[in-house]
Design a binder for this molecule. Structure first.
Ligand code: GLC
Ligand code: CA
Length: 569
C-alpha cells in the first residue's frame, strides 16, 4: 500500500510570473498580479502553486540566471510583497513551491564576479575553471544545452570556465563543500519563510566527473560532442542529494526534481523514501515525444503506441517504489494543444482530452498556466527579432549565422518549437492586451485572445476551463485516481488510449480517442468484462451529449468522436 502524502494528492499549477499578470502597468507580470488572481486559482481547484524563479536576475535566461538568491527581483516586487503573497496563499489552504536553481548562477552573481577577478581568489573554486588544451582550444569537446561549447575563455585569468547552459550561467562546482554549504543556507532561508517546498532545477546534472574527459563523438557532431554520460546522474549526485535532504527533512515540505534522461531505476534511487533524497522527479518524456534525438528543433511524427509505452512504463514500474510529477507541458515546451493535440476544429476537445490524461494518471499532476484555457502556440512571433529565449537565439546563431542553413527552414522550426510559444501573456479577457497589463507587454499577446480568454470561459459551462475544474475536483476527491494501479487495455491500438485504475473495491475506466476521426470502440474481452461487472457511472465526458453505454449499445458497436474522452467508474 502506497503511503499517503498531501503532495501526492495535490494538483500543482505552474506560474511563469513574468507572463501571468501585471499589476502595475510596466508590462511585466509580478507578485501583485499573482495575488490578484489567487481567487481564480482557488476556484480552479489547484492546491499547490509553483512559481518559476523570481529572484534578482539579469534575465539572460529569465530568472534561471540568479544574481542574488536572497532577493526578489525588483520587477516582481519586494520581499514584503512575497511574504504577503505567501500568507494569502496559506490563508486559502493552498501551498507554494519555489524554484531552486542549483546547477549554476548568473555571471553577475557576486561569487562569479569574485571568482573571475583572479585565479587565486577564494571564490575561484565555486566554479569550474580549466586551462585550454595545448593548442589553446577548450579543455574538452562537450556541447552545452544551447548547442555551443560548454567552455568560455576568460582572457583576464587565461582560463576557461564551464557552463552547461549559456555563458551567462556558469556552473557551480558542487565538489566544493563551501558551495554545498551556501546552497543549504539558501534552502533554509526560504524554508524558514514558510514555503512548502521546491521544484529543483536541472538537479541531476550537478555532479560532474572531475577529470571532465572528452566525450565520444557521433558522426554528425564533428568537433563537439554530447558530454552527458559524464555528468548526467554523475558520480556524487546521490551523496549531494542526501546532504540536502538533511535540511529538507527538518521541514514539512515537498521536493520535486527536474531530471532529464532518467531510467525507472534512477527514479527509484532518487525518490524511494528509504533513499532520503527527493520526494518526486518530474517525468519529462511525454513532453518530448515529437523531438528527434539528434535535434530537438526538428519535429518527428509520434505515434500513440509510443506514448502508451512511455505511460505504461512510468505507471507500472514505480508502484510503491518511487513517485513522479506528471506534466505534459511547461515553460520550456511549445503549447500543449499545439504539440500533442489539435490546433484547429478540435482544439477544445483535444485540450480536454489531454486534461483527462494528465489528471487520471498516477503521480502528482502539474498544469502549466494557460493550459487550462487551451492556449495555443504563438504564431504571431515571426522573425528571429520576435523571439526572446536564449535557446532559440542560439539555435539561430549556430544554424543560420555560423553554418549558413536556410533561414526560412530554421525559422519554421523555431516558430514551432521555441519555448517562447509558452511564454506569451496569459489571456485573461477580451480587452486590450488580453487584460494582462495596462501597459505594453514584455512579450506580445497572442492575437487569438479574442476567442481564447479566461473571462469568457468562466461563463461557459462547456469551456476547457470548466472541464479542467471538474477534472481537478474529481481527481482531488478520488484516491483511486491518485494511488490506484494502472492497467492498459487495447495496448496496440493506434488511436484509442484506454486504461483501468483500480483501488480498494473501485474500478475506473478511462477511454480516449487520440485522433481527429471517429473510431469504433473495439470490444476486447477485457473491456466487455469490465462492462458487465456491475453498476457504472460516466463521471466526465468532453462531449455534450449523454453517452448511453449499455450492454446493448456497446454490443451494437460504439463510435467514439474525434478526441472524445470519458471517465467511468
Ligand atoms: C530548466 C528550466 C529552464 C532553464 C534551465 C536552466 O530546464 O526549466 O527554463 O532554462 O533549467 O536553468
Ligand atoms: Ca509589473
Amino acid at each position: 500500500m502506497e503511503e499517503r502524502q498531501w503532495w501526492k494528492e495535490s494538483v500543482v499549477y505552474e506560474i511563469y510570473p513574468r507572463s501571468f499578470k501585471d499589476s502595475n502597468g510596466d508590462g511585466v507580470g509580478d507578485l501583485g498580479g499573482i495575488l490578484e488572481k489567487l481567487d481564480y486559482l482557488e476556484e480552479l481547484g489547484v492546491e499547490t502553486l509553483w512559481i518559476t524563479p523570481v529572484y534578482s536576475s539579469p534575465n539572460a535566461d529569465y530568472g534561471y540566471d540568479i544574481r542574488d538568491h536572497y532577493r526578489i527581483a525588483g520587477e516582481y516586487g519586494s520581499m514584503a510583497d512575497f511574504e504577503l503573497l505567501l500568507d494569502e496563499i496559506h490563508k486559502r489552504g493552498m501551498k507554494l513551491l519555489m524554484d531552486l536553481v542549483v546547477n549554476h548562477t548568473s555571471d553577475e552573481h557576486p561569487w562569479f564576479i569574485e571568482a573571475r577577478s583572479s585565479a587565486d581568489n577564494p571564490y575561484r573554486d565555486y566554479y569550474i575553471w580549466r586551462p585550454g588544451k595545448e593548442d589553446g582550444s577548450p579543455p574538452n569537446n562537450w556541447l552545452s544545452y544551447l548547442g555551443e561549447s560548454v567552455w568560455t575563455y576568460d582572457p583576464h585569468t587565461r582560463e576557461y570556465y564551464f557552463h552547461l547552459y549559456s555563458r551567462r550561467q556558469p556552473d557551480l562546482n558542487w565538489d566544493n563543500p563551501k558551495v554545498r554549504r551556501e546552497m543549504r543556507n539558501i534552502i533554509r532561508f526560504w524554508l524558514d519563510k514558510g514555503i512548502d517546498g521546491f521544484r529543483i532545477d536541472a538537479v541531476n546534472v550537478i555532479s560532474k566527473e572531475s577529470d571532465l574527459p572528452d566525450a565520444e563523438r557521433s558522426p554528425e557532431e564533428k568537433l563537439q560532442a554530447n558530454g552527458e554520460p559524464h555528468y548526467k546522474n554523475g558520480p556524487n549526485i546521490h551523496t549531494y542529494l542526501k546532504e540536502l535532504h538533511e535540511v529538507f527533512s527538518q521541514y514539512p515540505i515537498v521536493t520535486a526534481g527536474e531530471t532529464s534522461s532518467v531510467t525507472i531505476d534512477d527514479v527509484k534511487r532518487y525518490t524511494s523514501p528509504e533513499q532520503k533524497e527527493l520526494d518526486m522527479v518530474l517525468m519529462i518524456e511525454a513532453s518530448k515525444i515529437a523531438d528527434p534525438e539528434h535535434d530537438m528543433w526538428e519535429e518527428k511524427q509520434w505515434t500513440l503506441t509510443e506514448l502508451k509505452s512511455i505511460v505504461k512504463n512510468w505507471q507500472q514500474e514505480l508502484h510503491g517504489q518511487g513517485w513522479i510529477g506528471l506534466y505534459l507541458s511547461n515553460h520550456d515546451h511549445p503549447r500543449l494543444v499545439s504539440y500533442l493535440g489539435h490546433e484547429g476544429e478540435y482544439r477544445e476537445a483535444s485540450a480536454k482530452l489531454l486534461a483527462t490524461l494528465l489528471l487520471t494518471l498516477r503521480g502528482t499532476p502539474f498544469i502549466y498556466q494557460g493550459e487550462e484555457l487551451g492556449m495555443t502556440n504563438a504564431d504571431h512571433l515571426q522573425g528571429i527579432e520576435d523571439f526572446k529565449e536564449q535557446q532559440a537565439l542560439a539555435y539561430f546563431r549556430t544554424m543560420v549565422l555560423d553554418k549558413g542553413h536556410d533561414e526560412d527552414q530554421i525559422m519554421q522550426r523555431i516558430r514551432r518549437k521555441s519555448r517562447d510559444n509558452a511564454r506569451t501573456p496569459l489571456q485573461w479577457e477580451n480587452s486590450r492586451e488580453a487584460g494582462f497589463t495596462d501597459g505594453i507587454p514584455w512579450m506580445p499577446v497572442n492575437p487569438n485572445y479574442k476567442e481564447i480568454h479566461a473571462a469568457g470561459q468562466l461563463q461557459d459551462n462547456r469551456s476547457v476551463l470548466n472541464y479542467y475544474k471538474r477534472m481537478i475536483a474529481l481527481r482531488r476527491a478520488n484516491r483511486a485516481l491518485v494511488y490506484g494501479c494502472y492497467t492498459p487495455l487495447l495496448e496496440e491500438h493506434e488511436q484509442l488510449l484506454i486504461y483501468k485504475r483500480e483501488y480498494e473495491d473501485e474500478q475506473w475506466l478511462i477511454i480516449m480517442n487520440f485522433s481527429e476521426v471517429e473510431v469504433e470502440l473495439e470490444l476486447s474481452p477485457e473491456l466487455i468484462a469490465y462492462w458487465k461487472n456491475g453498476d457504472r457511472e460516466l463521471l466526465i465526458h468532453n462531449y455534450e451529449e449523454e453517452r448511453m453505454m449499455t450492454d446493448e449499445t456497446i454490443q451494437g458497436g460504439c463510435q467514439l468522436k474525434p478526441y472524445e474522452a470519458m471517465v467511468w467508474r
